[in-house]
Design a protein around this ligand. Structure first.
Ligand SMILES: [Fe+2]
Ligand SMILES: [Fe+2]
Length: 174
């Protein structure tokens, strides 16, 4: 694998794990606020991000490239409202999407077909990630952040489940 591609993938691995940290912080904030269902949703989101990061880790190993663990950037710990948390989730996921698209462009530039193919899973996953955040924001705005409605959402979101994708096994994550 081209060194430039490997360096960019290592960077993205770090960003995925960092995303997990951000969601853990959001879990604590929301749980403290009295919304354990949304908190649980964030815990599962953390697990998803861990899988995203570790799939890249596994892919690098499989491809014979060097794995280099990245420093975790600082994270924001406080928000002013539930809506602000979710707007932050959406903005973060949009940033991640842009990074994934940059990786796709680089793979194409380097004619790295295997990495290009590997990244397609992430392209699709980001559509899902943005849609999830947007959906919660839409509902919060629809109910005008009414506390009773937020409690209902919280109970519903507590039911989220998590199953690692089959690709995770392929890259030795599970
Ligand atoms: Fe991710
Ligand atoms: Fe994500």
């Amino acid at each position: 694998m081209d060194n430039k591609m490997a360096a960019a993938l290592n960077k993205q691995m770090g960003r995925e794990l960092w995303s997990g940290y951000i969601y853990l912080q959001m879990e604590a904030y929301l749980t403290d606020l009295g919304l354990p269902g949304m908190g649980r949703w964030m815990r599962l989101q953390y697990k998803e991000e861990e899988v995203h990061g570790m799939m890249i880790y596994g892919y690098l190993l499989h491809a014979g490239a060097k794995v280099e663990m990245q420093p975790i950037p600082e994270i924001k710990g406080e928000w002013d409202s539930v809506l602000e948390v979710w707007e932050n989730v959406l903005a973060h996921e949009q940033q991640v999407t842009a990074w994934i698209h940059e990786l796709v462009d680089l793979a194409r530039e380097l004619d790295d077909k295997a990495t290009y193919n590997f990244l397609q899973w992430y392209v699709a996953e980001q559509v899902e990630e943005e849609a999830n955040a947007q959906g919660v924001i839409d509902t919060l705005k629809f109910v005008k952040s009414d506390p009773q409605s937020i409690l209902l959402m919280d109970r519903e979101m507590a039911g989220r489940t998590f199953a690692p994708p089959p690709e995770a096994a392929e890259y030795g994550v599970i």
